[in-house]
Design a protein around this ligand. Structure first.
Ligand SMILES: O=C(O)c1ccccc1N[C@@H]1O[C@H](COP(=O)(O)O)[C@@H](O)[C@H]1O
Length: 211
């Protein structure tokens, strides 16, 4: 059984579907190239009435200080997700600048990538273990691409972590069983098209992850 983060929410109906089904984390994408991008004001409106215990995660890709400041001036976040090429020093800076816990995404395609989880575990508050995007991918995440979950079997890191990358209602139970992930994160696997969330798939995903 795993807790769930539903990422890339843009509509109130899908926020409600995620909350009603028991999502623990809601992700809002502040990256203009994503089909899931929202403004700080839109995310603030979408998350205005969340029940206690549901965390608001802001997803950023190599954000400037100005972008972080602009979003946080209108949107209270609980966690900052960094999904770009942020260095460990930049993770430390963002923690200090925002005063928030930072979750650093690390892309995995083979065993050589796993050492980054140890390195970022020294500075980040949480880790997000995602598939490494292909070089020609338009986005650094949210591509619906999975990696070989067997790479994670028996591994432990210094920080709490989430599993992401190509998860769907059909494969999430197996991913949790194999990796022991306590939290799973999904975006495209609960969509009917790029950036278009589907309430039925959101509910099915959360039920499967929590089963
Ligand atoms: O969802 C996006 O648009 C996105 C854009 C830029 C960086 C990351 C993004 N999403 C994150 O990617 C992973 C995996 O997503 P998927 O389930 O494979 O589609 C997840 O952590 C999203 O938060």
């Amino acid at each position: 059984m795993a807790e769930v983060k539903i990422c890339g929410l843009r509509e109130a109906a899908h926020v409600a579907a995620a909350v009603d089904a028991g999502a623990r984390y809601l992700g809002f994408v502040f990256y203009h190239k994503s089909p899931r991008a929202v403004t700080g004001a839109e995310a603030a409106s979408l998350s205005a009435d969340l029940p206690l215990g549901v965390a608001r995660v802001g997803l950023f890709v190599d954000p400037s200080d100005d972008l972080l400041h602009d979003v946080l001036s209108v949107m209270p976040l609980d966690i900052v997700q960094l999904h770009g090429h942020e260095t460990p020093d930049r993770v430390t800076e963002v923690k200090a600048l925002t005063g928030l816990p930072v979750m650093k995404a690390v892309g995995i395609s083979g065993p050589d990538d796993l050492s980054q989880l140890t390195d970022y575990g020294l500075v980040a508050d949480m880790l997000l273990v995602d598939a490494k995007p292909p070089k020609d991918a338009g986005l650094p995440g949210g591509n619906g691409l999975a990696f070989d979950w067997r790479l994670l079997v028996g591994r432990r890191w210094l920080r709490p972590w989430m599993l992401a990358g190509g998860l769907t209602p059909d494969n999430v139970a197996e991913a949790v069983r194999l990796t022991g992930a306590a939290v799973v994160d999904v975006s495209s696997g609960v969509e009917s098209g790029p950036g278009v969330k589907d309430s039925v798939r959101i509910a099915a995903f959360i039920a499967a992850a929590k089963a």
